[in-house]
Design a protein around this ligand. Structure first.
Ligand SMILES: [Zn+2]
Ligand SMILES: [Zn+2]
Length: 627
């Protein structure tokens, strides 16, 4: 059925052009009155076809960009602090970047409405980050440069979705192949297949491994890159997104769906991944050109925004409470024939940075849950206790004249740790010593402040009221070897550095310097993968081989080693059980992945007993039929 023709026919010649932008439909009109007053007619059609339709003015009737910019600056109050105005001529859109987006929008959108009526351009608002974020700027630049390409690309996506679109409930089959993350943490990749769709959920690598088992099984017969209709990414951690640019290198030209923060952070982590490869003198898996391709083909959604990604798969992201922009992926398949919730990584508890994972959904038949901390013994201590323990270790070490190293994932826990330390120092619960931030944590802080809508209410309001904790002067940024030398030669301090599992990066450099002195301490606050240096140190290894000044040397590990489980961004055993206990509606089947074998199996039997539903722990390469 030709949905665009059906719509244009209904509007009797008022529409000059009709296009898709992904699953959305965009109509252009050269009739000024219809542009301003056609809303009710459009609404009628939306109700009928149940698809989103946007009406824009045809290029022919748009005033010049100079005149429009002048009008916009007159309409918007100066307090909004406009930082940039960018025109997307091909789509009749004007993007307004401002420090206070709320003042650009106005009460119930009144100012936006005024701009639209006065200039006929369609305004879109973007927040200018409080900390300059090079990556967010670069990504926005790539998107603007490729406006015309994106217009054609988004139109082709829509055409494919609607070509075979069938509003009837289908009698269909659905299966899911685990290409990675079955009974292990790392290389998450799941292939969802129906008669009409091949959709890839996540495509990560196992950062704790160096061999070929780092990658998901993309060489199996089910996986043909030319047949993939869409990729959906739950969040930016490398074990979920690390191999995405590589798929573009291998010729994938389709869309990747994610939230905006996930897009920016995964691009940043991918660039860092190239840098780390060069440092280890190995050929990087992909280049920055491939990352650019990924950005060009990204389609970003907010939480709770429903969109069709193929003729029979409808996607909604829900807050996962795990990291900035992290999402649980809800898929309505075959027009309601089956609903699958793929949880990705989630935290069902409130943290300082984020609100807890969502538990209520329109419908759910099957769930795929992680089990990183799924075993009986993985009971996390209360947050308060964990935070007190961290402050206690830091205070004691500093009193003894030592230094504290906290290896961090760039994304998620480092910001949480910063919030804890900032709060404690402000309240006088922590000795006043320098806190050094090394590695890419700083860039990720900047992305956090660019998307405050994804943060917890408290942090959001702090940022809005110019009390941005990430720019507090208790934090010093460290980056160069000279700056690092100063830190290691200086007095007591706290260092937050990537990588989180001591697999390359700044944290390893600090470990070399801190390891031999008993006065120093290392505190693990995030998950340490099997085989990683972090896991070895955590388990008490007394010496390790490391490259020091270009030579391999044996480094004695004498510093104090602490692990604080309660600060993890994953749900502990009780949180996972509470998540399923509170989940509405109740699923009929639970699949378990993303956990060491014993934890997956232990969780499966507990969930079976508690929920009385079928539970499975598929191995990697196993295929489960969902319907
Ligand atoms: Zn994660
Ligand atoms: Zn993960």
């Amino acid at each position: 059925m030709d949905i665009l023709k059906t719509i244009t026919d209904k509007l009797h010649g008022k529409v000059t052009e009709a296009n898709f932008e992904g699953a959305n439909i965009v109509l252009y009109t050269d009739n000024e009155n219809f542009f301003k007053e056609g809303e009710s007619q459009i609404k009628e059609i939306v109700n009928e076809i149940k698809k989103r339709i946007e009406l824009r003015a045809d290029q022919k009737i748009l005033p010049t960009q100079e005149k429009t910019e002048k009008d916009i600056r007159e309409i918007i109050p100066p307090d909004a602090e406009i930082t940039n105005i960018i025109f997307d001529f091909h789509r009749s859109i004007v993007v307004i970047e401002a420090k206070k987006p709320g003042l650009v929008i106005g009460k119930q959108g009144s100012i936006l409405e005024e701009i639209k009526n006065k200039t006929l351009w369609t305004p879109q608002i973007q927040r200018s980050p409080a900390i300059k974020s090079q990556i967010t700027e670069n990504i926005r630049a790539v998107l603007y440069e490729n406006n015309n390409y994106r217009r054609k690309f988004l139109n082709s996506i829509g055409k494919k979705i609607y070509e075979e679109w069938n509003p009837e409930k289908c009698d269909t089959w659905i299966r899911i192949a685990i290409l990675g993350s079955g009974r292990q943490v790392g290389r998450s990749a799941l292939l969802l297949q129906t008669p009409a769709s091949n959709v890839l959920l996540d495509c990560g690598i196992d950062v704790a491994s160096q061999g070929n088992d780092r990658f998901p099984y993309f060489n199996v017969s089910e996986f043909n890159i030319n047949n993939i209709n869409a990729i959906i990414i739950s969040h930016a951690h490398l074990d979920h997104s690390g191999i995405l640019p590589y798929l573009y290198k291998m010729g994938y030209k389709g869309p990747v769906y994610m939230t905006q923060p996930t897009r920016d952070i995964s691009a940043l982590l991918a660039l860092d991944f190239i840098g780390v490869a060069y440092k280890q003198a190995v050929a990087p898996l992909f280049s920055s050109t491939d990352i650019k391709e990924m950005v060009k083909h990204s389609i970003c959604l907010n939480y709770n925004e429903v969109t069709d990604v193929t003729p029979d798969v409808r996607l909604t992201f829900y807050n996962s409470g795990h990291c900035l922009g992290g999402a649980m992926i809800h898929l309505n398949i075959g027009n309601g024939a089956h609903n699958l919730l793929y949880c990705g990584d989630y935290k069902y508890a409130k943290s300082r940075l984020l609100d807890p994972a969502i538990t209520s959904f329109p419908r759910v038949e099957s769930v795929i849950t992680e089990s990183t901390y799924g075993a009986k013994t993985d009971i996390l201590p209360p947050r308060k206790e964990a935070e007190d323990k961290l402050l206690d270790i830091v205070n004691k070490t500093i009193k003894n004249g030592g230094k504290v190293l906290i290896p961090e994932l760039g994304l998620g826990r480092s910001q949480e740790t910063m919030l804890i330390l900032e709060d404690a120092m402000r309240l006088g619960q922590l000795e006043k010593v320098p806190i050094y931030i090394d590695g890419m944590i700083w860039d990720i802080n900047a992305i956090h402040t660019a998307y405050p809508d994804f943060l917890s209410a408290k942090v959001r309001s702090d940022i809005f009221q110019d009390r941005n904790p990430f720019v507090s002067d208790i934090f010093s940024r460290v980056g160069s070897p000279q700056e690092r030398k100063k830190v290691t030669e200086g007095g007591p301090c706290v260092v937050l550095a990537t990588s989180g599992m001591l697999q390359g990066g700044a944290s390893v450099e600090y470990l070399k310097e801190f390891a031999e002195s008993k006065k120093n301490a290392i505190v693990f606050v995030c998950y340490q993968g099997t085989g990683s240096l972090g896991r070895q140190v955590q388990e008490g290894v007394k010496q390790t081989r490391m490259i020091v000044d270009g030579r391999e040397e044996i480094v004695e590990i004498n510093l104090e080693v602490h692990t604080i489980d309660g600060l993890t961004a994953h749900s502990g055993r009780n949180e996972i059980l509470a998540f399923f206990n509170n989940m509405r509606p109740k699923p009929k089947r639970i699949l378990i992945n993303h956990g060491e074998i014993s934890k997956c199996l232990d969780l499966a039997s507990a969930l079976y007993k508690l929920e009385r539903v079928e539970t499975n722990v598929p191995r990697t390469l196993e295929i489960s039929r969902l319907r």
